[in-house]
Design a binder for this molecule. Structure first.
Ligand code: BMA
Length: 327
């Protein structure tokens, strides 16, 4: 491993692996997919598909090897339903999938694009054919949410990214029933000033549960005179107290480099919303949107990522749960 810069994620040679050209119906772009592995080993990507109105819906693509031969649903799998859920008026975006063993269901958290900005909505499914909507669980402006796969103590835990007057930071909130949310805690703060992750960060794919803690891949948004740069960093959180950050990367570990990441509807974006773990229990397949235009794949090793974080990560002060100390 290169000691000077992290070389933790390796792009697949056939990137981008899915584009609008693969779609069985006309679309503008496909990106930012949630991902999971079905019990028979099939990889399922729940892709954000943007139509030529600019509105997004979700569409499932299934593949035996998670790389090619995708079977794409012939029509939208999960469409906005603004009549019953008015918060979905301008579309649904950026799904994250968490399998919940206690419920024997998949939880899909997604962005509902309301007239008042983006909010977080939650739906449950057993088969990615029928979905049970629980509605909007976090009002605007909020997005980049995922549920942890099990309760912490007695409560479900949702990571999300509200936007406030003091920046866009990652928070975690708890619920006894997936409907009523409280005990809001600041989980990870955007840095400030020149940092790559200054002012605006958000969860990327759902956290990976390891023996050392919840491994979190997050995106940092660097605002430049030429536009935004979306890059990825990593952090580790306490297993039973997930608002407590144990380690955080100082440097970003993955960013837009290749032409399909550099140029597209939105230049310079890598945006993962999901991963699968290979049968070795260590190889992570990270699925990401590239430049808001196509879907790409990078692989890494959970063990290597944790080792790297040990060596190069900074120890975070346990969060007091209050933003006031920071500003
Ligand atoms: C974020 C989200 C993502 C998108 C990214 C770059 O705010 O809307 O869906 O990929 O911006 O445009």
């Amino acid at each position: 491993m290169n000691n000077r810069h992290a070389d933790l994620f390796h792009r697949h040679a056939s990137n981008p692996i899915l584009t609008a050209a693969h779609w069985p119906y006309p679309v503008n772009s496909v990106f930012n997919p949630g991902a999971t592995q079905l019990p028979d080993g099939t990889t399922l990507l729940l892709c954000r598909v943007e139509d030529r109105r600019g509105h997004s819906h979700l569409c499932a693509a299934r593949s035996a090897n998670g790389l090619d031969d995708w079977r794409i649903d012939p029509e939208p799998t999960f469409s906005p339903d603004p009549e019953n859920f008015p918060e979905e008026i301008w579309g649904i975006e950026d799904p994250r999938i968490t399998y919940i063993p206690e419920l024997k269901k998949y939880a899909v958290t997604y962005t509902a694009y309301t007239r008042g900005g983006p909010g977080v909505s939650l739906a449950l499914t057993e088969d990615f054919r029928r979905f049970e909507r629980l509605g909007m669980v976090m009002p605007p402006e909020d997005k980049d949410a995922a549920l942890l796969p099990r309760r912490i103590g007695e409560h479900w835990a949702l990571i999300h990214r509200p936007v406030g007057a003091f920046g866009a930071h990652m928070w975690i909130s708890y619920s006894p029933d997936l409907k009523h949310w409280g005990t809001h805690r600041l989980m990870l703060e955007a840095r400030r000033g020149a940092w790559w992750d200054a002012n605006k960060i958000g969860l990327s794919s759902p956290p990976i549960e390891t023996s050392r803690g919840w491994l979190v891949i997050y995106h940092g948004v660097r605002q430049t005179a030429a536009g935004c740069l979306y890059r990825l960093g990593i952090a580790l959180f306490d297993l039973e107290n997930p608002e407590r950050c144990l380690k955080r990367s100082s440097e970003w570990v993955f960013g837009p480099e290749y032409p399909y990441e550099r140029r597209g509807d939105v230049d310079n974006v890598v945006f993962p919303c999901g991963y699968t773990l290979a049968s070795d229990g260590d190889t992570i397949n990270l699925y990401y949107g590239a430049a808001d235009t196509s879907i790409a794949l990078a692989t890494g090793s959970v063990r290597e990522i944790l080792d790297w974080l040990d060596k190069h990560g900074s120890d975070e002060m346990p969060s007091s749960g209050s933003i006031k100390d920071f500003f």
